[in-house]
Design a protein. Structure first.
Length: 169
């Protein structure tokens, strides 16, 4: 079950930027270091070391992925991990959006609640990421949903989401 939380945008951006920089530095160091060790251990007479360089990048990515996964619940990662989970929840809904929109048109209350959560989540995410280009379009979609809900006498109040709710769509 995913529930909306209040996230400090400045802390989120600061931590995200530091994590990205750390990952870039780590990937560069790991890729080059691993590739150089492999080239020294297994030199190629042709001088092509593409496969060792590629293996260095792959191993570096795996190490960084495992490290991020291990520390995702660390307090420093709180905001970044929250946004990652929010994006994941919104992605679940996005995959079913066409069917959900059809269900909303047909008056399905559950679909209306899910789409309300989706629009609220998109707004929060886009504000955190300074992605305000499509905010006007989002407001239009949300207004249409609220009008349909009023016509069906539905109070839109969904603040949490579980991907199991999409099973029927």
């Amino acid at each position: 079950m995913f529930t909306f939380e209040s996230i400090d945008k400045d802390i989120y951006r600061q931590h995200l930027n530091r994590i990205i920089i750390a990952c870039v530095v780590a990937l560069t160091a790991l890729s080059l270091g691993i590739a150089q060790v492999l080239i020294q251990l297994f030199p190629d007479a042709d001088g092509s070391h593409f496969h060792w360089n590629l293996l260095g990048v792959i191993v570096g990515c795996i190490v960084i992925g495992v490290t991020l996964n291990k520390y995702k619940t660390h307090p420093y990662m709180y905001e970044v991990y929250y946004v990652w989970r929010l994006k994941q929840q919104l992605n679940y809904i996005t995959r079913k959006r066409a069917k959900l929109n059809k269900a909303v048109e047909d008056g399905d209350v559950k679909a209306m609640q899910i789409m309300y959560f989706y629009y609220q989540g998109c707004r929060r995410l886009w504000l955190l990421d300074d992605n305000t280009i499509t905010m006007e379009e989002l407001s239009k979609w949300q207004t249409e949903l609220e009008a349909q809900a009023r016509n069906k006498r539905v109070e839109l109040k969904k603040e949490s989401f579980d991907k199991e709710e999409l099973a029927g769509y």
